[in-house]
Design a protein around this ligand. Structure first.
Ligand code: HXC
Ligand code: NAP
Length: 291
């Protein structure tokens, strides 16, 4: 078995229905594909209906699963309610929500207008909290259990220079996850988060690693395991967290980044750069110092 392979048993999610925001592209598309392969019905929603429709056609052809593409701007509460309504009309019930939609760009913060700041906060923080609120109200009113998973990032707790609106928003999504995991457990609603490190996707790479800086800032160079993530690895983790196999995991945030953020945090991580042959000399020096 290898990490690029599907992990859960066949039909592990048979009969379940999941909503994936931003499911038409990138990681949302890969997660949706795997949920379909495991037998789930999937609703994908975002702003651009033609992209969603193309993805739905491709994934239903590839997996034979039931997938419903719906236009929805997650900043608009009424549009979210409409997605929930149409999903129930099509599939009967909803078992889980993946808050995956996001917007982000790199910039020195002092160059940003307040509208630019709002644009990211509105998509990520407001979008995820609005969808969570609407979904929670629906499940509580109908006395149904549900699972909510939010895709954050490792800088949700460390913060990060040059992506400050995204860092603020993802930190808020993580706070919501931990808070509601406790408050809504009594309704059988479970909330968790996943914090991926770099996983190549077209949009994220174009927005965060534009070609002029791509070579210099190659993320693989600062990841201890020496590579970026494979989409199937993330899909495996997400499918498990959305399934009943993870019923006792609630309020957690699972990091999947090859050790990247800890390397950034560790005081001496850069000693990786010291060549092997230099360690004899350094050891002699440090031992000599003790004497
Ligand atoms: C500075 C910018 C900007 C940029 C837009 N603005 N892009 N400012 N640098 N690159 C400003 C605009 O000038 C405007 O302000 C305001 O933001 C709103 O712009 P709109 O284009 O109207 O915004 P909107 O339609 O809301 O677009 C959202 C978006 C866009 C965030 C700007 O990039 C988007 O939709 N991206 C989705 C894809 C994406 O980002 N995916 C990556 C997720 S990866 P003014 O003042 O001029 O009106 C991720 C985690 C990475 O999040 C972790 C890696 C390890
Ligand atoms: P992506 O392809 O750009 O996905 C973002 C999705 O969000 C798009 O499908 C977009 O669709 C949707 N979206 C944006 N604004 C929206 C809005 N207002 N309403 C509804 N949908 C909206 O990027 P990705 O790399 O796959 O990222 C997916 C998630 O993983 C994000 O939460 C991101 O923060 C997280 N993440 C990614 C990485 C990485 O390395 N790729 C690392 C850490 C975390 P429309 O344009 O059609 O609306």
């Amino acid at each position: 078995m290898q990490y690029q392979q599907p992990m859960l048993r066949d039909n592990a999610l048979q009969g379940k229905t999941y909503i994936v925001t931003g499911g038409g592209t990138g990681l949302g598309k890969s997660m949706s594909k795997y949920l379909l392969e495991l037998g789930a019905n999937v609703v994908i929603c975002s702003r651009k209906l033609p992209i969603l429709e193309a993805t739905a056609a491709e994934l239903s052809q590839a997996t034979g699963g039931q997938i419903l593409p719906l236009a929805c701007d997650v900043r608009e509460y009424e549009q979210i309610e409409a997605v929930i309504e149409q999903s129930v009309a099509r599939f009967g019930r909803i078992d889980g929500l993946i808050n995956n939609a996001a917007g982000n760009f790199i910039s020195p913060t002092e160059r940003l207008s307040h509208r630019a700041f709002s644009s990211v906060l509105d998509i990520v923080l407001k979008g995820s909290t609005f969808f969570t609120l609407a979904m929670g109200k629906h499940w509580i009113a109908n006395q149904q259990a549900g699972t909510i998973l939010s895709i954050v990032t490792t800088y949700a707790w460390t913060g990060s220079a040059y992506v400050v609106p995204s860092a603020c928003a993802k930190a808020g999504v993580l706070a919501m996850t931990r808070s509601l995991a406790v408050e809504w457990a009594k309704y059988k609603i479970r909330l968790n988060a996943v914090a991926p490190g770099p996983f190549p996707t077209e949009n994220a790479w174009d927005n965060l690693l534009p070609p002029p800086i791509r070579e210099e800032f190659d993320p693989a160079k600062k990841i201890p395991v020496g590579r970026t993530g494979e989409h199937q690895e993330l899909a495996n983790l997400v499918a498990y967290l959305m399934s009943d196999f993870s019923a006792y995991i609630n309020g957690d945030c699972i990091t999947i980044d090859g050790g990247e953020w800890l390397k950034g945090a560790g005081e001496f991580s850069n000693l990786d750069m010291v060549p092997k042959e230099m360690w004899d000399m350094l050891e002699a020096f440090t031992k000599g110092n003790k004497k």
